[in-house]
Ligand binder design. Structure first.
Ligand SMILES: NC(=O)c1ccc[n+]([C@@H]2O[C@H](COP(=O)([O-])OP(=O)(O)OC[C@H]3O[C@@H](n4cnc5c(N)ncnc54)[C@H](O)[C@@H]3O)[C@@H](O)[C@H]2O)c1
Length: 326
């Protein structure tokens, strides 16, 4: 509904079709969009509506089949939710389909539009914390939920540098039963090509963010440089020490769909209108973050440093489940 409402309220878009396999949910949504074609089958909906954009927001286990449906329908852009996929094999297959068909893709990292997320980017990019040597992110939410977000914004704060290698360690199997199947805890060190070190932790045992009360907003993402630091709390604003500041400076901000969705959707229109104005949440960028997460998983299983880019291999979640102690 967040996605639908943002498309519907943007004058560059019209909602032409709705789909959910859950009829009650579909009917409830359709009441707000009279005139939109409805179906419990995505391929049927696309065949009857010929949209420019196909946006789907299913749970993580459904990605490749819906990418295929969108590619076969010949849409111009597919927008979908994090995580990119549940294995490297699946992600590689998805991007092969998208690239061959020349179809744009976008992944919902809309937190970046928050004023506090933007402020931290502005401070780091201005050089006010000196030369960045470390980027970091942690969340008490579990891996498939939160780690894609953390890595995406760490990469953003590090100028989108590619990663060279990743070392990871993990613990616990309880969360494999969840709809976002994950180890209970995972930590990774990332070596970026520009020499910057990334440190990321996710799940039970990751540091709390006591300033924030709601679980998925308990994320801290930032950068340390030679002359200071700047960091964002998803539900608790931003703070920094810079070469110009006299002590800590800070400001407000809290992840809010009403604030963050409209610019995310507008950037889809902008990219479709002008291919040079690539969406900041474009799928190729998201894939690089996903690879870092999967490299951390492979490192837990294989031990040692895992070099990027990744090729096909044993599905990472299955492999993790096999080796981790309960
Ligand atoms: N970007 C963010 O900040 C953010 C926030 C929340 C959730 N998410 C992500 O969004 C995704 C969905 O999460 P959710 O909490 O909305 O899940 P959900 O279970 O509430 O909604 C998923 C919907 O997809 C429907 N569905 C399942 N298979 C389908 C199919 N083949 N065709 C059509 N519809 C189908 C389900 O019936 C359900 O209504 C997850 O990947 C989650 O990680 C992202």
């Amino acid at each position: 509904m967040h996605h639908l409402e943002a498309f519907a309220s943007n004058p560059r878009f019209r909602v032409v079709g709705l789909c959910d396999i859950d009829v009650a949910r579909l009917d409830a949504a359709a009441q707000n969009f009279p005139g939109a074609y409805t179906s419990t089958d995505a391929a049927q909906m696309l065949a009857n509506t010929w949209p420019d954009v196909f946006a789907f927001c299913t749970l993580p286990h459904i990605r490749l089949p819906l990418i295929r449906v969108g590619v076969e329908a010949g849409v111009k852009l597919i927008a979908y939710e994090k995580p990119v996929a549940t294995s490297t094999n699946e992600a590689l297959a998805m991007y092969e389909l998208l690239r061959e068909a020349g179809i744009k893709s976008v992944v919902s990292y809309q937190h970046r539009y928050g004023e506090h997320y933007q402020k931290v980017k502005e401070i780091i990019a201005s050089g006010a914390i000196g030369r960045v040597h470390t980027v970091y992110g942690h969340a008490t939410g579990w891996m498939l939920h939160m780690m894609p977000h953390l890595i995406e914004y760490m990469r953003w704060y590090n100028g989108e540098a590619d990663a060279e290698w990743v070392v990871g360690q993990a613990d616990g199997t309880e969360k494999f039963a969840d709809v976002h199947p994950s180890p209970d805890y995972i930590a990774a060190a990332i070596q970026f090509e520009n020499g910057v070190r990334g440190v990321v932790e996710c799940g039970a045992g990751a540091p709390d963010v006591p300033e924030v009360d709601y679980w998925w907003r308990k994320c801290r993402v930032g950068a340390q440089g030679t002359e200071g630091f700047a960091e964002v709390l998803t539900g608790g604003g931003w703070r920094a020490v810079t070469r110009h500041s006299n002590g800590v400076i800070s400001g407000p901000g809290c992840m809010d769909y009403a604030h963050d969705m409209p610019p995310y959707i507008q950037d889809i229109a902008t990219w479709l209108d002008d291919p040079a104005r690539v969406h900041p949440c474009n799928g190729e960028r998201a894939l690089k973050g996903f690879e870092i997460m999967m490299a951390a998983c492979r490192s837990v299983v294989q031990r040692g440093k895992v070099s990027l880019p990744l090729g096909p291999g044993e599905p990472e979640l299955d492999a993790l489940k096999r080796v981790l102690p309960a």
